[in-house]
Structures are given as structure tokens and as C-alpha cells.
Write a protein of this length. Structure first.
Length: 568
């Protein structure tokens, strides 16, 4: 068994050097650039040779590359050189300050020694350094301009299972991003989890538009195919957002079984924006694993997508809902290939403790590999019986070593013990239940709201709000709790299209009515906000805590506001 991801890739380069490893669609469609396994290995060794002369093993290097082959080669070069890669969303000096602040925070937190980038980004270096002068000591290395002979394997450090592969920063949706320390042993263990979950040991093609600086795009749809020695096709998230049909067209062109996937919003976007004209000629019959993860899996979205594309050969049994998190490398649990996901309403006994179950919950399958899942009371650590909702605790070889340079947080999150003293466990901060051996995820513990004594998990309510009116932007709603005059109020923050302002009163009435009808929940205020007003993480998750702070400070770009206390 290989002891590192480096050993895995080198074995493919030795055994199948001419096999296609990676294709990048330059325009999101037909214009492509390819690499074989032999070429990827040579590029990684070439970059590693330069890095090993500039940086000591264990040094941290920020990966600041646009989506594409350059990113993958730079990442692999870090692995070969024993340099700790830190994938990060590229900063835009002319863009939102929040993006730059996150970038600076990660650079400071990890103690970066270098920034690995590509030639075109180097031109923005001076502008970046004016805004972030503390980055001046860092080495800027344009990996796409490294030429020459690849470094020999004998000249590069030995990489073992305990070598740190990279730091995977959390999304920061409920707190400041933290660097999860992933060793090669964690990475390889999770590759085996994904392999067991999908039921494939090669012989398929992966297709992905997901960001490479995010775990699902990097580990699930780029590194996993490389682990198995099978091809993968990637393209920019921007090209998908511009025209979602590009994703399904890329799948349709494959001659192999296809493994692909997206967060819930990606499937919903396809339903909303792919026209009948775009559907003509699409063949989705080879799409055998359609992963849905990284955000709540909604039964309605799976149903709508299946109905929209059944005529193109898509089967509901291809859906593969899965659950994971950065602290567990990536995947924890997943469905079964070829089996339609289970959907159920959790037991009525849950209502006795005030929990509000507002709709059907989709199974995220069973724990895979050597990962074990336990549902516990988050306050006492006592194990809960089947069907009861509690915090999800995990054990297994995919669980990371901890957070970079945060011993107290590492102890609290990664070293938890249950009421009997058993452990250590990873506290995920997620809520869920085990029913018939399958994991059903309810939401985030920190996101739980209280309304008239009932516990509410926001994401189901937000989904209801988004489908109440066509003017509401997908994935751009936040349900928050606000304390005013000794009362807990529920407030819906909703981004809408700019042309929706004349219909604001009607949109707000629909939002309130649909939330009350579906969930029995009383909204105290509804704020219709301008596009991009709600802060998000680099992976597109709403920052609810920051949304609440902005709302309370009157700093949101609000187009129309309804408040119960001001209603006629």
C-alpha cells in the first residue's frame, strides 16, 4: 500500500505514462488543454526542484492560481517537495475588501513563506502589496514559467504518511477560517472512503467545475481520479455560472461512466437556466454518480432536477448525497451507487423537545471506510438512540491532526470524549440523526434559532423563501435571529434582482405567507437586499453571523424593508 499521494502518482507515471490524466476546458466548452500522467509527474518534479532550492520542507506556500492545470501542477509540486500547500481563493485587489481580508488572514495564520502563482497574476503583485504590505517578505514564484529538467526522485525529500500534505482552510461560514492539518495518511484514507462510496476503482471520468481551492473540487474531483489513475475534466466555476448547460454538455461528451457533482444550488441553477434548446442532444445516461454535498441536500431539488432531465437519460438512482467536512479531509458518508436516496421525515418524537422539522430530509448514506459516526447530546456527551437528533461526532483515519497552531481549539474540537470517557472524537458542530443505519443531517449547531420556544434550522426555511418568488436570487437568503426590546425576532434577509423593487411589497407578502404555510413560523421582518449584499465565504456559503451584524448596524444594502412593528 502506498504511503503517500506522491507515491501513488509516481506509480501511475511509471505504469501508464501516456494515459490522459487531466483535461481543462479553457472556455468551459470545447477548447481544451490536456496532461498525461507522465506529463503531470514531470511538471510536479520540475516545480518541486525549484521549491526545494527556495523553501525548506514544511514551509507553507499559498497557492494563488486561477482554475486550471497550473493550479494542479503547483499543488502536486508542493507535495513532491514536502512544502505544505495552502490553497486559497485568489485575492482581487479591486474587489470586495472581505475577500482581501480573508486572504491576508490566512497568509498570517499559516506563516506563509511563498506565494505560488502564474505569470499573469504577477502583474497584480504591486497593487496587492500596496494593500497588504506585510506580504512583501514572501517569495513570489510563477510556477508556469519554471522550465528545465525535472528534479530526480533522489534529489527530492522522502514523503511518508506523517508528512503534512496541505492546510485546508475551513469555509468560515460560522467562524474565522482555520487551517486543518492534513497528512498524507489522512488524504489516502479518505481516498479509500470515496472509492468505497462510489463503488468505482477506476474506469470512469470525473467532470467538475467546482473551485480547486475548496475540498470537494480539489480532493473529490481532482485528486481522487488521480488516485485511481482515471481521467478528469475540469473547468472554471465562472464558466458554469455564466452558462450552466456547459456542465451537462461536458458530461454528455464523455464516452465513459461519469462521476460528477455539485452543491444543491448547482442542480437548482441547471433547472432554472437550462433551456429546452440547450437540452437537445444531451445524453446523461452515462452519469452514474451525481454527488450532492457541501451544503444541505434538498429533496425538492433532487426531484426537480430528475424531472427536468429524465428525458435526457438522467436517472434518480444516480444521485449520491454525501456528507463531509474539512476536518475529516472530505467525505464521511455517502449513498450507494445505483440506489435512489432515502427520504424521510424524522420521528415525531423529535417534536417533544421543541425541534422544528419543516420538510423531508434526504439521507446522506452510511459511513464509509473505517469512519465511525456517533450521535450525542452536545451538552452532556451522552450517546443518543436511533432517530434522535444530536451532534455528529466522528472517529477514523481520515480525521485530521487538528488546526494549524491552535492547540486549544484542536483540543476542544478534535479531542472530545463522551459521557463514558470514550474517545477521542471529532466534534463536527453539525446536527443529525441515524435512522436505519443511515445518516440524516439536520443543520449546523451554531445556526440553530429559537422561535416561540421551538428550535429551527434555517436552511429549510431559506429554501422555502427562495422558491416563493422568481425574483429571489438562488443561494442568497439568510434567516437570522435578532434580539430587540427583550424579544427574539426572526428576520429574513433576501437578495432580489434589481428590477424587482417595484414588486417589493408583493414579494414580501409571498415570502411571509409561504414561510407561515410551510413551517408555521412567524417572521418579524423581511429585508429585500441588493445582489451580492449578503456576505459569503469563498466557497459560496452565507456568513450568517456577519449578516446579522450588518443588519443590526444598518449596513446592509437594503432595497425594501418590512417590519412587523411598522406594518399598517
Amino acid at each position: 500500500m502506498a504511503e503517500s499521494f506522491v507515491a501513488v502518482l509516481r506509480a501511475h507515471a511509471d505504469n501508464v505514462p501516456e494515459r490522459r490524466a487531466l483535461t481543462f476546458l479553457l472556455d468551459g466548452e470545447s477548447s481544451a488543454s490536456d496532461r498525461t500522467y507522465g506529463e503531470l509527474d514531470a511538471a510536479a518534479a520540475r516545480i518541486a526542484g525549484v521549491l526545494s532550492r527556495c523553501l525548506a520542507p514544511g514551509s507553507r506556500a499559498l497557492l494563488v492560481c486561477p482554475p486550471g492545470i497550473d493550479f494542479v501542477e503547483a499543488f502536486l509540486g508542493c507535495l513532491y517537495a514536502g512544502v505544505v500547500a495552502v490553497p486559497v481563493y485568489p485575492p482581487d485587489p479591486s474587489g470586495p475588501r472581505a475577500n482581501l481580508a480573508t486572504f491576508r488572514g490566512i497568509a498570517r495564520d499559516c506563516g506563509a513563506s511563498a506565494i505560488l502563482t502564474v505569470g499573469p497574476f504577477s502583474a497584480a503583485r504591486d497593487q496587492l502589496l500596496q494593500l497588504a504590505p506585510e506580504l512583501r517578505p514572501l517569495q513570489f514564484i510563477a510556477t508556469d514559467r519554471i522550465a528545465g529538467t525535472p528534479a530526480s526522485r533522489a534529489d527530492l525529500p522522502q514523503i511518508g504518511p506523517d508528512t503534512v500534505a496541505f492546510l485546508q482552510y475551513t469555509s468560515g461560514s460560522t467562524a474565522q477560517p482555520k487551517g486543518v492539518v492534513l497528512r498524507h495518511a489522512n488524504l489516502l484514507a479518505n481516498q479509500r472512503v470515496i472509492r468505497e462510496g462510489t463503488g468505482y476503482d477506476g474506469g470512469y471520468e470525473a467532470v467538475s467545475w467546482l473551485p480547486l481551492y475548496h475540498d470537494m473540487g480539489l480532493i473529490g474531483f481532482t485528486l481522487h481520479p488521480l488516485f485511481l489513475g482515471t481521467p478528469t475534466t475540469i473547468f472554471s466555476p465562472l464558466h458554469f455560472l455564466q452558462r450552466p448547460a456547459r456542465w451537462l454538455q461536458a458530461i454528455s461528451r464523455s464516452e465513459l461512466p461519469v462521476v460528477s457533482g455539485a452543491p444543491d444550488f448547482g442542480y437548482e441553477l441547471c433547472v432554472r437556466r437550462i433551456s429546452d434548446e440547450d437540452k437537445r442532444g444531451l445524453d446523461l445516461s452515462r452519469w452514474t454518480v451525481a454527488m450532492s454535498g457541501a451544503e444541505p441536500v434538498r429533496e425538492r431539488t433532487l426531484r426537480r432536477f430528475t424531472e427536468a432531465f429524465a428525458g435526457n437519460g438522467f436517472s434518480a438512482s444516480a444521485f449520491f448525497p454525501c456528507y463531509g467536512l474539512a476536518e475529516a479531509t472530505l467525505m464521511v458518508s455517502g449513498g450507494t451507487r445505483g440506489v435512489k436516496p432515502a427520504v424521510r421525515t424524522l420521528p415525531e418524537s423529535q417534536d417533544a423537545d421543541g425541534t422544528c422539522w419543516s420538510g423531508p430530509v434526504v439521507s446522506c448514506g452510511v459511513a464509509r471506510g473505517e469512519t465511525s459516526v456517533r450521535i450525542v447530546d452536545p451538552d452532556s456527551g451522552a450517546a443518543l438512540p436511533e432517530g434522535r437528533v444530536g451532534e455528529i461526532w466522528l472517529r477514523g483515519p481520515s480525521i485530521a491532526a487538528g488546526y494549524w497552531e491552535k492547540p486549544d481549539e484542536t483540543e476542544r474540537v478534535f479531542r472530545a470524549h463522551d459521557a463514558t470517557g470514550g474517545g477521542p472524537f471529532l466534534r463536527t458542530g453539525d446536527l443529525g440523526a441515524i435512522c436505519d443505519g443511515e445518516l440524516f443531517v439536520a443543520g449546523r449547531l451554531k445556526d440553530t434559532l429559537i422561535e416561540r420556544g421551538r428550535k429551527i434550522y434555517p436552511h429549510d426555511v431559506e429554501s422555502t423563501i427562495e422558491r416563493s418568488d422568481g425574483a429571489i436570487r438562488l443561494g442568497c437568503t439568510a434567516l437570522i435571529g435578532v434580539r430587540e426590546t427583550q424579544r427574539d425576532l426572526l428576520v429574513a434577509l433576501v437578495e432580489v434582482r434589481p428590477d424587482a423593487v417595484p414588486d417589493a411589497a408583493q414579494i414580501i407578502r409571498r415570502v411571509r405567507a409561504e414561510v407561515t404555510r410551510t413551517h408555521g413560523i412567524h417572521l418579524s421582518a423581511v429585508a429585500l437586499a441588493a445582489p451580492r449584499a449578503l456576505p459569503k465565504t469563498s466557497s459560496g456559503k452565507i456568513r450568517r453571523a456577519e449578516c446579522r451584524s450588518l443588519y443590526e448596524a444598518g449596513a446592509l444594502n437594503v432595497l425594501s424593508l418590512w417590519r412587523e412593528d411598522s406594518a399598517a
